[in-house]
Structure formats: structure tokens, C-alpha cells
Design a protein around this ligand. Structure first.
Ligand code: ADP
Length: 399
């Protein structure tokens, strides 16, 4: 098959991740990150042909400058002519987008309209679309949404028990995130295990800086742990996940917190960082716990307990469980967290083969439960960029 190179752009609030992926083979031709955008000394780091390089960007450079620098780099590396499309990761698609779409003015307006639900992310994603559309005006631009895969959730799973008018008038409901990752690993898992799409019950745990679990029934998301925003659900690096909503009232009324301070407390100062009072980085916490730091151990214990509890609750919409998949930086690399969670879920027929579990660290997909386990546990490295590239290449062909 001829190669189909797609430029994948992921504009965060102060960073730009990029890659050129061959949508047919999955090969990564170029990859990199522009970080500290808007700061004193922004950097653009990239990897090409196995070599890592880095370029300084002018002080205060924002996304526009980083993308234009990337365009120059792609031209210098003579990669422009091989591109067939630009694929954009867009965080929030609201209820409008149930799949990836070719970007036009209507799509841009709809993403703008959804920005109230993701005020930090969607505006940055739109800048990426706008600048790339000008820089690559002859290439189709495709938007791929984090929320799209979860649009199959039923009302029973996505509505909050709040006044219904909030949903009707303002779109207040659970949307779920990490959809591209959950879709990718659940499909991979189904294929590895030889399960048919019509008969598969899978739970995926995407554990990175943000963490979420999703129940995938017969190839469709039926429930997930993140909600209207990526704050709901599991314990994460710096995010609290579920709390009693009464805590917000307490912080405001008793401790005099402003809404901006509550936002920072729950999104940036909580989770593993908040409990350990040490770090948001799982590796550092594991090291500290191994050296006897009790707070670090407590952070890990709470992380694993909440995760196990959530996984068990997602068996309800599935009516049983064929496979549990771990992915993301923690899910793919931490044998300690996987073993802890699997131990708590033995009643679901899961177990942990310690040899396979410790070996499963090297970017390879593999089973980590024993041959006799009733329910299979797997590690599958996620590849969101490839999903974006394949969707973009497919839609580009339809133009
Ligand atoms: P993001 O959500 O930003 O894409 P990643 O998926 O890269 O993040 O996950 C980052 C997390 O993975 C960090 O908490 C990091 O400590 C953790 N991690 C990476 N390698 C290991 C490891 N060997 N053991 C434990 N945790 C790890």
C-alpha cells in the first residue's frame, strides 16, 4: 500500500504536540512538542530519523508562531509534498459530533459553540485549525473529538440527577474523554482475544496524567468515569476525581475560596500530588513509597482503590466482563499499580501473572493474567495519533 502521511496536531492550553504518521503502516515519520508557549523561553523539540533536535522560539511565542515554525521545519525536511491531510485533536465535541469530520465553516462554528464546555481546550484547538488551514490551504483538515466515542452512552449513564433544564438549556451532562484511546485499545484488545464485535464486554483503564475508565459493550462506549469535564471520576495526577459536591460549598462558604481558587485546588493541587504532598508523577511516588514515605503509599493506595471500585461498577452496564485493558503512561508501565488493582478484583475472575506483569513494560501489547483466569487482563499501548491519522486519511479520500 502506498504511504499516506498525515500531520497530526494536538494543541493544548500551553503546548503543541505534533506528529507526521503514515496512516497505512502506523510509522511515525516526525514527532515533537512545542512547550512553554506564551512563556519567556518556549521550545520546539522534535524527533526525525531517530535524532532528537530542539529549536528556541522567540519569547512569548504562542501557538501561531509554533505552528508556523513547524510548517518551515516540515518544508526544510521535504515532507510537505507527501502530506495528504491534517488531523486535529479536538477535546470537546459536545453532542454535535459523534465521529470525526472534515472541517468547514459550520464545523468551526460548532466547535466554537462547544467552547463553553471546554474553555481551556477548544479555543486552543481552534487556533490550530485556523493556522493549519492557512498554512496547508490545499490539504483537507479533519477534526477528531475526544468525546465522540462516548456519544453512544445511554441517558441513564450520561445524565446527572440535577434539574433537567440544565441539560436541555445548557448541555449539562456527562460527555467522557480519552475517547480515541478507549476506542483504539478496546478494538486492539477485541482482536487480540478473537472476540466478535457483537459479543464483547471490555473495560479500558486509560491511566496517564489524566485517568479514565470506560465500559465498551459490543464495540460501543456505554459508560465512562469522566463527566461534563475531565475532572470527574478517578484519582489523577493533580485532579481530585469524584468528590462530594458539598466540598465546593464548604470551601466557598467556610474557607472563603473564590471559584478560581476552587478550580485550581481541584484541577491542579489534588490527586496524587494533593495526597502525597510530594509529586503528581506516579514514578516519583512509587519510588518514595518504596523508600518508606507513608503519604506516598497512601496516595497509591487511594489511587488503586478508587480505580478498582470504578472498574467493578462498570461491570453493571456490561452485565459481565471478558477483558480488562490497561493503557496510558501508568497503565502501560506500572506493574505495581496493575498488580494492586487486579488483586482487588479477583472476585471478577481476574488475576495477575507476576512474571507476565513485570515483563509487560516495553511498549508491547500482551496478556498479564494467568492462563486459567476467567477474565483476561491485558496491557495495550495506546496510539491516539494513529487513530487520528487513519480517520483523517479516510475522510481526505472522500473529499
Ligand atoms: P499524558 O496523560 O500527559 O499523556 P502519560 O500517558 O505519558 O501522560 O502518563 C504519564 C504518567 O505515567 C506519569 O504519572 C508517569 O509517572 C507515569 N509513568 C511513566 N512511566 C512509569 C513507570 N515506569 N512506572 C510508573 N509510572 C510511570
Amino acid at each position: 500500500m502506498p504511504s499516506q502521511h498525515v500531520l497530526v496536531l494536538n494543541c493544548g492550553s500551553s503546548s503543541l504536540k505534533f506528529a507526521i504518521i503514515d496512516a497505512n503502516q502506523g510509522d511515525e515519520i516526525l514527532s515533537g512538542l512545542a512547550e512553554r508557549l506564551g512563556d519567556e523561553s518556549p521550545l520546539l523539540k522534535y524527533k526525525y530519523n531517530g535524532t532528537k533536535q530542539q529549536l528556541s522560539l522567540p519569547a512569548g511565542s504562542a501557538h501561531q508562531v509554533a505552528i508556523l515554525q513547524l510548517v518551515t521545519l516540515i518544508e526544510q525536511l521535504s515532507l510537505t509534498n507527501q502530506l495528504v491531510a491534517v488531523g486535529h485533536r479536538v477535546v470537546h465535541g459536545g453532542e454535535t459530533f459523534t465521529r470525526s469530520v472534515l472541517v468547514d465553516e459550520g464545523v468551526i462554528a460548532a466547535i466554537q459553540a462547544t467552547s463553553t464546555l471546554a474553555p481551556l481546550h477548544n479555543p486552543a484547538n481552534l487556533i490550530g485549525i485556523e493556522v493549519a488551514s492557512k498554512a496547508f490551504s490545499d490539504l483537507p483538515q479533519i477534526a477528531v473529538f475526544d468525546t465522540a466515542f462516548h456519544q453512544t452512552m445511554p441517558k441513564t449513564a450520561y445524565l446527572y440527577a440535577a434539574p433537567y433544564r440544565l441539560y436541555r438549556e445548557h448541555g449539562v451532562r456527562r460527555y467522557g474523554f480519552h475517547g480515541t484511546s478507549h476506542y483504539y485499545v478496546s478494538e486492539q484488545g477485541r482482536q487480540i482475544l478473537g472476540l466478535t464485535k457483537e459479543n464483547s464486554r471490555i473495560i479500558c483503564a486509560h491511566l496517564g496524567n489524566g485517568c479514565s475508565v470506560t465500559a465498551v459493550l459490543n464495540g460501543q462506549s456505554v459508560d465512562t468515569s469522566m463527566g461534563m469535564t475531565p475532572l470527574e471520576g478517578l484519582v489523577m495526577g493533580t485532579r481530585s476525581g469524584d468528590i462530594d459536591p458539598g466540598l465546593i460549598i464548604f470551601l466557598s462558604q467556610q474557607l472563603g475560596y473564590s471559584m478560581a481558587e476552587v478550580d485550581t485546588l481541584l484541577n491542579k493541587h489534588s490527586g496524587l500530588l494533593g495526597i502525597s504532598e510530594l509529586s503528581n508523577d506516579c514514578r516519583s511516588i512509587e519510588e518514595a513509597a518504596a523508600n518508606g514515605d507513608a503519604q506516598a503509599q497512601l496516595a497509591l493506595d487511594i489511587f488503586c482503590y478508587r480505580l478498582a471500585k470504578y472498574i467493578a461498577s462498570l461491570v453493571v452496564p456490561l452485565g459481565g466482563l471478558d477483558a480488562l485493558i490497561f493503557t496510558g503512561g501508568i497503565g502501560e508501565n506500572s506493574d505495581l499499580i496493575r498488580a494492586n488493582v487486579l488483586k482487588q478484583l479477583q472476585f471478577l475472575g481476574l488475576d495477575c501473572d507476576s512474571e507476565k506483569n513485570t515483563a509487560a513494560r516495553f511498549g508491547q501489547a500482551g496478556v498479564i493474567s494467568s492462563d486459567t483466569a476467567k477474565t483476561v487482563a491485558l496491557v495495550i499501548p495506546t496510539n491516539e495519533e494513529w487513530v487520528i491519522a487513519t480517520d483523517a486519511a479516510r475522510l481526505a479520500q472522500e473529499v
